[in-house]
Structures are given as C-alpha cells and as structure tokens.
Ligand binder design. Structure first.
Ligand SMILES: Cc1cc2nc3c(=O)[nH]c(=O)nc-3n(C[C@H](O)[C@H](O)[C@H](O)COP(=O)(O)OP(=O)(O)OC[C@H]3O[C@@H](n4cnc5c(N)ncnc54)[C@H](O)[C@@H]3O)c2cc1C
Length: 426
C-alpha cells in the first residue's frame, strides 16, 4: 500500500499549482517543500511580477483559483514591441483577438497566497511537508521509497510517482543523474517597480535595447513592473545607483512613452540562463516547471509554460483514478512526454532566439528585425499568430487549459473566452 499516489518535490509556484489542481481528483498527493510555511521570504513567491497569459488565467480558472488572485491582476490589453533608437515597432491588441485581455500582470506573491490558501483547505487529500529535504531514495518495482527530514525528524514515504518541481537547480533531477542542456546568458534581469507620470492603463511594453530587452508591465494601483536585462558586469553598478540616478538611467533606456518615471521600488537581480532537461521523465518520475526548463524572461513565458506542464500532467493523472491505471506507469509518463516536449522546445527556442537576435549589433540584422517588426504590425495574420502564442492557447488543450475543472464540474467564466477566440479565429 502506497502512502501517496504522487509526491511533488518543490512546493513553489508550479509544484503547488499541481497539488491544488489535483486536490479533488481522489489521488493522494504529498508535497515536500524546503522552505518553512512561516519563513520571512519564499524563493518562488517573491518580488517578481509575472505576466500571466490568457491560457494561464484559464488554467487557474479550471483549478478554481482565478477569483482569489484577480483583484491583484491587471489586464494587458495591448503589447507594444520596439527597439530602442530604431524605426520598427509592432502592436498586439486584445480587442483584435476578441478577448478581454491578452494576459494579466500579477505579483508572484499574490499567486502564492492563493495557492497557500488552497493547500490549507485541501488537507484531506494533499499533505504538505515542510521545511523538508530529501535524505534517501530507493526505487521499487511499483514506486519509490523516500526518506525525508521534516523539521528535523526523519520520515519514510512510499509513492507511485515522483514529480520534480524543485526549480532550475533541481536537487532531485541531479540526484537521479538526468542530464540538461545549460547555457548562461551573461546577463541579469533587474526587477523593480516605478510610477509613471503619464500611465497608459493596460499597455505592456517590450523594448529591445543593445544590452537586452526591457519590459514595463502595468500593475494594479498605477504602478509599473520593470524587468531590465543588463550585462552581468553592469549589474552591481545598476544596483548601487541612488534612486535618482537609477531613474535617469531607466528613463534613458525606455524613453518617455509613459512620461516621467518616479518612485522606484526595491531592486533585485536574477542571473539568466537557458536550461533544458534532456529527458522530461525518468523511472516513475516527471519533471515540471523550472526543473524541466528555465528560460530567459523575455516575453514572460517561463511560469506560463510550467503551468501548461501542470495542466497536461494533472489531466493524465486525474484520468488514472477513473481508469484504474498506475499514476506512475508508462501510459502517464509517455503521455506527458509526448504532450509537452514540443511546446517546451518551441517556447525555449522563441525566447532564446529573441534574446539573442535583438542583442546582435550586426547592421543587417538590425535592419532585418526592424523591418520584421513593421511587417508584423502591418500584417494581421502574423499578429494573430504571435498573439495566440503569447496567450498560450494554441493547439490541442487539456481540460484545465480550457478553463474546465478536472472533476467534470461546471466550466468557469474563464472558459467563456474559448468560444469567442475560436469564433475570431474562424
Ligand atoms: C526576472 C524574472 C521575471 C520573470 N517573469 C515571468 C513572467 O512575466 N511570466 C512568466 O510566465 N514567467 C516569468 N518568469 C519565470 C518564473 O518566475 C518561473 O518560471 C517560475 O518561478 C518557476 O516556478 P517553479 O515552481 O518551477 O520553480 P521555483 O520558483 O524555483 O520554485 C521551486 C520550489 O522548490 C523548492 N525547492 C528547491 N529545492 C528543493 C529541495 N531540494 N527540496 C524541496 N523543495 C525544494 C523551493 O523552495 C521552491 O519553493 C520570470 C523569471 C524571472 C527570473
């Protein structure tokens, strides 16, 4: 007899989303999280402000959590893409796509609060063990025997499936010897918030500069989230600037589309790298979220991609209850690999390509990419294709990604957009 059908190692944004998605599935779910519930800071629910795609809003709708986070979510009604000092620009608009918003700008902390509340209400089916770390692992024919240390005491667990959701540095992935493709960009993302003098509600800006992309995302309360990509050799200098000098430097990079920028928040730097696991699954093991793919933050894709991992894996796992299949068996793992590989590879190639293309100083490339931006702005089918990618709604979608709960209950309002989008597309 197993203690759990699945044990998720890592209870951050992605791991907790999977646990919440499965709370009514009838499966017994364990979460092993390194950080204590009352820790003053959390490595996943931190100062980041995330652009959630429309697809992610639907997934949270299907999980039943969107209502808990919508008060802090600012709709993105237009995306403006340009290159600093160049002529090209392109715009994507929600009304052109027949949706209320292309995405929603949401603080990671608010998403974390909604997930924590969900886990507190789900103790019948989900057990969160923290602060905990994995001490031993032994594979059995029908699952894994796991030894963990929780708050200083040792505990033995048995599970049919292990899920690695412990982030880019996944200790579980390394312990099992799963290889990755990894490359540091030599750039950091410096995040902060500012208040613009001339706000343009609902407009998100992605501005490419010679040192990398600079994103300005509208938040609730008239603040804007800044994600400034800088060469790692410049990071210490940018962090050390006083507020006035930092605002001057930011204004120079971004320009005056939002008027005068003021009241900068705390600055935090994140080193950037591309990491892709060479295998998405192992013996009775699945990798999800950053443990499987850690991306450049350009175009805000990382968590959205991880949430799509959650939607597919939850879909496959929920069906094992109905069909009597083994949650750690071949059908689930092969299904997960097959459904997720292409999306992950496409998004990794898109973000990596954008990050490299726009920092390349070759004049012919500069001309080409600006013509490309103008072409995009002028060609509705190209804009539509890009908008769908940004919204994360292309291709075959699992139940949660259509805004539908896994237990066959009522569709949420998030699902309503599907019909409208399909109509627009056809
Ligand atoms: C500057 C920046 C901006 C970004 N903006 C966006 C955006 O706009 N949109 C978007 O979609 N994505 C964005 N991302 C990406 C997004 O932040 C990540 O994709 C997301 O945080 C991944 O979540 P995760 O749960 O997979 O991993 P993590 O957030 O790394 O969480 C891992 C969890 O595992 C726990 N853990 C670690 N090791 C162990 C262990 N050994 N045992 C147990 N538990 C462990 C940790 O405590 C943590 O809770 C951005 C990233 C950066 C750096």
């Amino acid at each position: 007899m197993m203690d759990f059908d699945l044990v998720i190692v890592g209870g951050g944004l992605v791991g907790s989303s999977l646990a919440c998605a499965l709370r009514h599935s009838g499966l017994r779910v364990g979460v092993v999280e390194a950080v204590a519930a009352n820790a003053p800071s959390h490595p996943s629910y931190d100062e980041r402000v995330l652009a959630l795609s429309l697809g992610s809003r639907r997934i949270f709708g299907g999980i039943g959590l969107w209502d808990a986070m919508r008060a802090d979510a600012e709709p993105i009604r237009q995306v403006h893409v340009s290159e600093r000092g160049q002529f090209g620009f392109a715009r994507l608009a929600a009304d052109e796509e027949g949706v209320e918003a292309l995405g929603y700008v949401t603080p990671a902390r608010s998403i974390g609060q909604a997930l924590e509340a969900c886990l507190r209400d789900a103790t019948d089916t989900v057990e969160v063990m923290r602060p905990a770390r994995l001490v031993g692992l032994r594979q059995q024919p029908d699952g894994w025997n796991i030894e963990i240390s929780v708050a200083g005491s040792s505990r033995l667990l048995r599970t049919a499936l292990l899920v690695a959701a412990d982030g880019g540095d996944s200790a579980l992935r390394r312990r099992l010897g799963l290889a990755v493709h990894e490359q540091a960009y030599g750039y950091d993302a410096i995040i902060t918030t500012v208040t613009p003098g001339r706000p343009r509600p609902g407009v998100a800006f992605e501005r490419f500069t010679d040192s990398g992309p600079l994103a300005m995302l509208p938040m609730t309360g008239g603040r804007w989230s800044v994600v400034w990509t800088a060469r790692d050799s410049d990071t210490a200098g940018l962090l050390a600037l006083d507020d006035t000098a930092f605002l001057q430097a930011l204004q120079q990079r971004f320009g005056h589309r939002l008027g005068r920028l003021a009241r900068p928040g705390r600055r935090i730097a994140y080193p950037l790298r591309l990491l892709l696991a060479k295998q998405l699954t192992g013996p009775r093991l699945a990798l999800i979220g950053n443990a499987a793919h850690t991306l450049h933050p350009v175009a805000g894709q990382g968590f959205n991609l991880g949430l799509r991992d959650v939607a597919e894996l939850a879909d496959l796992l929920a069906d094992t209850r109905r069909t009597g299949q083994d949650p750690g068996g071949h059908a689930v793992l092969a299904g997960y690999r097959q459904r997720r590989r292409q999306d992950q590879a496409n998004v990794a190639a898109l973000t990596d390509g954008l990050a490299r293309l726009f920092t390349n100083p070759l004049p012919t490339l500069r001309l080409g990419r600006n013509l490309g931006l103008l072409g995009l702005d002028l060609l509705p089918p190209a804009r539509h294709a890009l908008a769908r990618r940004f919204m994360g709604i292309g291709g075959r979608l699992p139940r949660l990604a259509r805004g539908l709960p896994l237990d066959g209950g009522q569709a949420t309002h998030a699902a309503d957009d599907s019909a409208r989008i399909t109509q627009t597309a056809s």
